[in-house]
Ligand binder design. Structure first.
Ligand code: HEM
Length: 427
């Protein structure tokens, strides 16, 4: 064929994703940290390795665990294949979350990018749901009890909780039908939705004219190839090398085969849900599994649609003041949340002390107010004394939520032992 070469084919493909020329500032590593591209690469790796795993995996409670053992022991590179799939999936949760943080703090979610923020939130949901449904498939003690804990939590959602939990589990408890249902979600419906959402997401990035950058007069333009494409290729090669090396040396966890009558102590949710598990130890389940998650989700959806008197698209943290506020809010939230966890476990113990009160007040409204009032005072201080404007206050609230969740998650992962007691109190 005339003028045809692999190099040209790659160039053509890449230039369907990017325009021919881009703003030179968009090629700087610290503008995007390549996080969106890494998420796309990891998704591709997961699709390919997932398709290969399907040749060996058997989605039945009696055979699933043995099929994983056989993959590990009898199939050449079987263990490596599973490890690559597992570690890529875990990394994708982290990378997608970091990408969310990047687009938010670089003020890249307003005006023409609003819709993409919503597709992004959908993608975050799909990434976590894909991870969670895959978690059950090995059918070992870790996966069985993690999914049992999380689906039990759903039952606390008012009115629809029990029906929703039954629908997801396909029964009253986790069992054979749940495994089959999760398998179909994991290998059918969720990947399909991912392809749709990623396609829309990429298209909307192009439609918005590329990534958000601060406005300047006469920005310098460079050719996308090789300026951006080579950088993307370097990052992709580094990520592939790291995953490969890690997967050669570190095996994905696999405990004993699931025993539905013997729960491990402590029974833990998957690590990214440990923040919820921790939250539920301090507030009434209706608040922990419904009121607070719904309020936070509604806030995240609303962020780009709030009316702001001033916005600095593409400027990190909106302003220098916004940057300082972010650092202080993150510290305030981490310390205050940890102090709240300790005092709740050691001093307040609302459930025990106020045993005669309705639970929804003693363990629902009371601890929630105890948390919200100091946070409200902090926001008031920033507004009145530091003259923070609306977007700086939204940055503060978002930072407090993110930092609080990370603090609860780390506490759950590293500081809780047997019976979910804090390890240093137990010792
Ligand atoms: C599998 C998940 C995802 C993939 C593959 C993905 C991919 C990408 C890519 C390649 C870009 C171009 C710039 C960059 O690399 O940063 C981008 C931009 C963007 N993403 Fe994502 N993304 C994902 C998830 C998310 C999430 C969770 C959010 C936020 C909730 C989000 C919101 C955005 C926004 C608002 C932009 C435009 C940023 C700008 O204009 O600077 N994305 N995404």
């Amino acid at each position: 064929m005339k003028n045809w070469s692999t190099h040209k084919a790659i160039k053509n493909f890449v230039l369907h994703l990017h325009p021919l020329k881009i703003d030179a500032r968009a090629t700087a590593y610290n503008r995007t940290f390549g996080l969106g591209g890494i998420a796309a690469l990891l998704t591709t790796i997961l699709f390919v390795t997932g398709l290969l795993l399907k040749f060996e995996y058997i989605p039945s409670a009696g055979k699933a665990y043995d099929s994983i053992l056989s993959l590990k022991n009898d199939i050449i590179f079987g263990s490596l294949l599973r490890n690559i799939h597992y570690w890529s999936a875990m990394l994708l949760v982290v990378v997608t979350f970091l990408h969310l943080i990047r687009v938010f703090y670089s003020q890249s979610i307003f005006y023409e990018r609003r819709k993409n923020w919503l597709y992004g939130l959908l993608l975050m949901f799909l990434v976590v749901s894909s991870n969670f449904t895959g978690y059950l498939l090995p059918w070992d003690q870790l996966s069985f009890w993690a999914v049992t804990i999380m689906t039990n939590l759903l039952e606390y959602i008012p009115f629809i909780g029990e029906t929703l939990a039954k629908l997801i589990r396909d029964g009253d408890s986790v069992g054979e039908p749940t495994l089959l249902r999760f398998y179909h979600f994991h290998t059918g419906l969720l990947p399909l939705l991912m392809v749709f959402a990623v396609t829309m997401h990429f298209w909307l990035v192009r439609k918005a004219g590329g990534i958000a950058l601060p406005k300047i007069e006469k920005p310098k333009k460079v050719n996308t190839h090789p300026h951006l494409t080579y950088r993307e290729a370097y990052i992709a090669l580094i990520v592939i090398a790291v995953i490969l090396l890690f997967s050669i040396f570190v095996d994905a966890p696999l405990l004993d085969k699931a025993k539905p009558t013997v729960s491990p102590n402590p029974s833990r949710a998957p690590w990214y849900f440990m923040g919820f598990q921790e939250l539920l130890m301090h507030v009434h389940p209706v608040f922990g599994s419904f009121v607070i998650p719904v309020a936070v989700t509604a806030f995240f959806i609303a962020i780009p649609f709030i009316k702001y008197p001033e916005l600095n698209t593409g400027v990190w943290f909106h302003s220098l003041k916004g940057k300082k506020i972010t650092i202080w809010s993150a510290l305030f939230s981490a310390l205050f949340t940890f102090a709240f966890i300790l005092s709740n476990d050691m001093i307040f113990k609302f459930g025990d002390r106020l045993a005669s009160w309705p639970k929804i007040i003693s363990t629902g409204c009371l601890p929630t107010l105890l948390y919200i009032i100091p946070v409200g005072a902090f926001l008031w201080y920033l507004k009145k004394k530091k003259t923070a404007n609306r977007i700086e206050l939204v940055i503060t609230i978002t930072t407090i939520i993110l930092s609080a969740y990370i603090t609860m998650m780390l506490t759950g992962i590293f500081l809780r032992g047997e019976g979910m007691q804090l390890i240093f109190l137990h010792a």
